[in-house]
Design a binder for this molecule. Sequence first.
Ligand code: GSH
Length: 208
Amino acid sequence: MIELFSSDTPNGKKITIMLEEIGFDYNVTKIDLTKEEQFKPDFKKISPFGKIPVIIDHENGKSIFESGAILMYLGEKSNKFYEVKDRNVINQWLMAQMGTIGPMIGQHHQFHHYNPGKSQFGEERFFKIAKRIYGELDERLISSEYLAGPKYTIADIATWPWIARHEWHDIGLKNYKNLTKWYLEIANRESVIKGYDLMKNGSKIPKP
Ligand SMILES: N[C@@H](CCC(=O)N[C@@H](CS)C(=O)NCC(=O)O)C(=O)O
């Protein structure tokens, strides 16, 4: 059984989607970031930076933090969505999500969605960067069905929940035809629908 420590955020949803996709038994222990539960000493023992998501694999007692590392671990353990022969390509797109897509769109959320009017520079900068990311993903998806090639992989699972916040972005997902096609195709997967509703409160995937 996998215990997932998480909150209802894109990084959290990556892992519930993966756990649903691979069919592992899991339960979610909710970490309330608004109550600063991420800073509790017991949680910091398994998450040194005080961030969700984290898993404990109760089969072997291992704990893993960082969503990319968790996806790699679950991909290796299940032998799904992370084929050994494709790992060089998958790793590049996974790292692009971890190093660029998530952090930059995360800043766009901070300036544009949560704190509009506080910094014109921040709003403009991260709007432009987020828009550029939409364009770059759209371009990649002209020649490739999924981010890392013809197969759905952990790179798609890592990236998709960030695009699922498209309503916050105000960039106009439907203007990006290839990205929209990819987004909707993944949005229709049974496991993605289930994993998206991490809190089991009937949360529905926003369609462009
Ligand atoms: N690179 C990390 C980022 C995790 C992250 O930023 N988690 C946020 C929620 S999405 C968090 O726990 N924030 C609480 C805090 O920083 O205090 C990962 O992908 O796991």
